[in-house]
Design a protein around this ligand. Structure first.
Ligand code: PEP
Ligand code: MN
Length: 354
């Protein structure tokens, strides 16, 4: 029996559609939290988010304010009657988050990657009625994500949701984390009772893309959004590039919600496959750029050591290799040959230019 099919989630119905969580990446100080909460447009935003323990890539960076930060959140809740959400990554975090009665806990992308961490979190929350949101793992491994959901369900944690925050794939170009709309929508279709939220801030890594990603998510039928905001984004102690002001958030949300999305399955899929093709094409262009840059570097080395630019045997070997791969992938071999003839010619031009 597929355990995930047993989920009968009603928690999202208690919120408005779309369900909006907003707040700073990190709770930096009391003034910042109170200021942001005050400026939040309560007609859209029902939950204030703020990181208390920050998983940073390198040591020595700002790692959050811990328990002190929880006190600021509680104060903001009392003053402005808003629900609270924060990230937990171990049993100590959970103990403190429960002590301060944080309403929603989320599990970060780095934690979802690690089954030991997920098990520890799940065991600490056994039989809990809290709303727990699980971000996708950093790597595009949907089973790992499903495994995390299942570890929670096995401990009778029923109020679960998932957050799509993009994936680390082979070199991310436009966005900080590549959204994988198709894979995530397939997961949603298989488990329609698990609410799904999009985190455009961590997908984009850049405030200028928040609108386009949020709009896409709502059009694809997501239940809500989690967006990072800051009263002075440039000065933020973490994720400064991707945070927007509360005012900008209101602008974005009102623009998105002005035209209520028409949710039709076939339309979504048509659109989502088109998006997929556009994203693949953009990746091909970036890869080509990288290929030509490498050719340019090869040209410099050849010049330095007086090696002939044209090395026919190497080019023939490459062609033979691509032909074999095309055969295996069931691609049109003649087409691929034509494409690579042109690419190789351009690469030689790049080498000659260097
Ligand atoms: C965050 O929400 O601030 C965060 C650290 O997110 P993620 O786990 O998606 O990187
Ligand atoms: Mn962040």
């Amino acid at each position: 029996m597929d355990l995930l099919k047993k989920i009968k989630n009603n928690w999202i119905k208690k919120f408005s559609y779309p369900f909006i969580i907003a707040g700073p990446c990190s709770a930096e100080n009391e003034k910042q939290i109170i200021n942001i909460t005050k400026k939040l447009n309560k007609s859209y935003v029902e939950v204030l988010r703020a990181g208390i323990w920050k998983p940073r890539t390198k040591p020595g960076m700002f790692e959050g304010n811990g328990e002190e930060g929880l006190k600021w959140l509680v104060k903001a809740k009392k003053l402005y009657n808003i629900l609270l959400a924060t990230e937990v990554a171990n049993k100590e975090h959970i103990k403190l988050a429960l002590k301060y009665n944080i309403d929603i806990l989320w599990i970060g992308a780095r934690s979802t990657c690690n089954p030991f961490t997920i098990q520890e979190i799940s065991d600490s929350l056994k039989n809990s009625n809290k709303i727990i949101l699980i971000k996708n793992p950093l790597n595009l491994d949907i089973d790992l994500w499903k495994g995390a959901i299942e570890r929670l369900i096995r401990n009778n944690i029923k109020n679960i949701g998932i957050i799509h925050r993009g994936f680390t794939i082979y070199k991310n170009y436009k966005y900080r984390n590549q959204p994988c709309w198709l894979e995530v929508l397939k997961l949603k279709e298989k488990y329609p009772n698990i609410p799904i939220i999009c985190d455009p801030s961590h997908i984009s890594g850049n405030s200028k893309y928040i609108y386009e990603i949020s709009k896409k998510a709502i059009n694809y039928g997501y239940d809500g959004l989690m967006i990072e905001i800051h009263d002075n984004p440039k000065e933020a102690l973490s994720d400064a590039q991707q945070q927007i002001t509360p005012k900008k958030l209101t602008e974005i949300l009102s623009k998105i919600l002005l035209n209520k999305p028409i949710i039709k399955k076939y339309l979504n899929y048509l659109d989502i496959y088109r998006t997929n093709i556009n994203e693949i094409d953009e990746n091909i262009l970036h890869l080509l750029k990288n290929r030509f840059l490498s050719s340019y570097e090869i040209g410099k080395i050849k010049n330095k050591y007086k090696i002939d630019i044209l090395q026919k045997n190497i080019m023939l070997k490459q062609k033979e290799n691509y032909k074999n791969i095309s055969k295996k992938l069931n691609l049109n071999e003649r087409l691929i040959q034509k494409i690579f003839d042109k690419i190789q010619k351009e690469s030689i031009k790049m080498q000659l230019k260097s």
